[in-house]
Design a protein around this ligand. Structure first.
Ligand code: AP5
Ligand code: MG
Ligand code: ZN
Length: 214
């Protein structure tokens, strides 16, 4: 099962992708998390990505596509995976479709988590992310068992550098310009499904499971 999560920044892609990955035992691949991991470890890739991310812009396609295709060629991806934050531009979608097509493969489900911009701005200020594993929490809607500590790995929970209100608005603009067209792209490929992302986290999850289990 190969799944793509679509949706604005803060729509809940990461939250849902993690729950799906746990339920179906497939890897959760977030390009944003991979970039943040590289930034934290001071790699060359991290240094390059950071300058774009801090401004709320997209990291160039060339770099992102190479990194993602490399990741999905790993052994643990053989039986499927869930992509969170990729593709994010039409050229990225073409690159993925083309690569999968080489072996007659394709994306089975593209799930659009739909949340209006007004709700997003409110959500972002309360988000906390694990510095070590990328898991996401919310001070009100998704509290960790112990404040400031990741339930999954014990890592420290921090506010992301790109969650400042100015950067969030820039990310939303970029989303509408460059990523929203992917909804049509996957609609044409007959794999698009939408869920109402303003509902409670567990309700959104149940809706997605219904889609995946047809
Ligand atoms: P990325 O890390 O992908 O960020 P994003 O798309 O902006 O999305 P977020 O992670 O901010 O939100 P999310 O949808 O995962 O929501 P979450 O589950 O956390 O990318 C960051 C940057 O990296 C990009 O700006 C770009 O520079 C670069 N990048 C990454 N991929 C790239 C690519 N392919 N090409 C080029 N550049 C790329 O939820 C948000 C909050 O809401 C949380 O606190 C959560 O607990 C809470 N929440 C979730 N669901 C609900 C709910 N139903 N009700 C209430 N609260 C909820
Ligand atoms: Mg995310
Ligand atoms: Zn963690």
């Amino acid at each position: 099962m190969k799944i793509v999560m679509l949706g604005a920044p803060g729509a809940g892609k990461g939250t849902q992708a993690q729950m799906i990955a746990d339920k179906y035992n497939i890897p959760h691949i977030s390009t944003g998390d991979i970039f943040r991991f590289n930034i934290k470890n001071g790699t060359a890739l991290g240094k390059e990505a950071k300058s774009y991310m801090d401004e709320g812009k997209l990291v160039p396609d060339e770099l992102t596509v190479r990194m993602l295709l490399d990741r999905v060629s790993d052994e643990d991806c053989r039986d499927g995976y869930i992509l969170d934050g990729f593709p994010r531009t039409i050229p990225q979608a073409y690159a993925l479709t083309g690569e999968l097509g080489k072996t007659g493969d394709k994306i089975d489900f593209a799930i659009d988590v739909d949340v209006p911009d007004e709700n997003i701005v409110r959500r972002m200020g309360g988000r906390r992310a694990c510095q070590s594993c990328g898991s996401t929490y919310h001070v009100e809607y998704a509290k960790p068992r112990q404040e400031g500590v990741c339930d999954r790995c014990g890592g420290k929970l921090v506010l992301r550098d790109d969650d400042k209100p100015e950067t969030v608005s820039r990310r939303l603009e970029v989303y509408h310009e460059q990523t929203q067209p992917l909804i049509d792209y996957y609609k044409k490929a007959n794999v698009l499904h939408s869920v109402d992302g303003t509902c409670d986290i567990n309700v959104v999850f149940a809706d997605i499971v219904k889609i995946l289990e047809g």
